[in-house]
Write a protein that binds this ligand. Structure first.
Ligand code: NAD
Length: 250
């Protein structure tokens, strides 16, 4: 990652925070975009290995013009953009029979439209030098959960988006991949457990390796896919799931 410039959405919390810190520790210059205006600048300041090596921008990925502004800020500050990771996301389980159209639309906006806007804005700045894009999807791109119609549909959409962008942008040397975690130990999962949507015991029982994904497990996969070690890998979804998707027994 040394001296690469990477834009990370959702970098204030959870997987995005871990990914940002990891990339910075590996020598990257990191631009964090997050909806959380109160924390995004301070978060970026904490991960920079030296002053000025990381900065934060308020960015709602559902707003194309804010994605453009973030990508442009990376160019103006560092002169190049080599990669992006979309970690921004929300979770809101709801019965499909009563799911409000506005809640459906918001989920699709954050989890499918936003990743496209963010990738498009970043890829425009990678056309000369190439680059690497990683979307955070989920095991829910493949596995259906009840009460997650919009979430699962959007994640499956991003898995397909990964393939389409990969083959379309390959001629520009822009690789596009996805990392799909199982339940991970982040604020999102803590909120889901607290809301009674799932229990930690259920998760551990369902995952063959017997534990939640740690943010570091996800950062390992993201760092690999961004790096030159993955230079012939594109259009791929890498599931970091402790065997969740493989498991088909009782
Ligand atoms: N936690 C899990 O178990 C799990 C499992 C699989 C996939 N994922 C996916 O990983 C991603 C990150 O999840 P997490 O657990 O780190 O969540 P989190 O809630 O801990 O962090 C999400 C971050 O995204 C930001 N964000 C939300 N909406 C945004 C928007 N419109 N624009 C910009 N930033 C926005 C939030 O402010 C927050 O900083 C999500 O896409 C989620 O669906 C999470």
């Amino acid at each position: 990652m040394q001296d690469k410039v990477i834009a990370v959405s959702g970098g204030v919390s959870g997987l995005g925070a871990e990914v940002s810190a990891r990339l910075a520790a590996e020598g990257a210059r990191v631009v964090i975009g997050d909806l959380n205006a109160a924390q995004v600048e301070a978060k970026a300041a904490r991960i920079g290995t030296a002053p000025g090596l990381a900065f934060g921008v308020v960015c709602d990925i559902t707003r194309p013009e804010q994605c453009e502004a973030l990508a442009q800020a990376a160019i103006e500050k560092f002169g190049q953009l080599d990669g992006m990771v979309n970690c921004a996301g929300i979770s809101k389980p709801d019965d499909s029979i009563s799911l409000a159209p506005a809640d459906w639309a918001r989920m699709v906006d954050v989890q499918l439209n936003g990743p496209f806007y963010f990738a498009q804005a970043c890829a425009k700045r990678m056309l000369e030098r190439g680059g690497a894009i990683v979307f955070i999807t989920s095991t829910n791109a493949e596995a259906a959960f009840p009460r997650r119609a919009a979430y699962c549909s959007a994640k499956a959409g991003v898995a397909m988006l990964t393939k389409v962008l990969a083959i379309e942008w390959a001629e520009k040397s822009i690789r596009v991949n996805a990392v799909g975690p199982a339940y991970s130990a982040t604020e999102m999962t803590i909120r889901n457990i607290a809301a009674g949507n799932v229990s930690e015991a259920q998760i551990k029982k369902r995952i063959p390796l017997g534990r939640l994904a740690q943010p570091a497990d996800v950062a390992d996969a993201v760092s690999f896919l961004l790096s030159d070690k993955a230079s012939f890998i594109t259009g791929h979804s890498l599931y970091v799931d402790g065997g969740w998707l493989a498991y088909g027994y009782f």
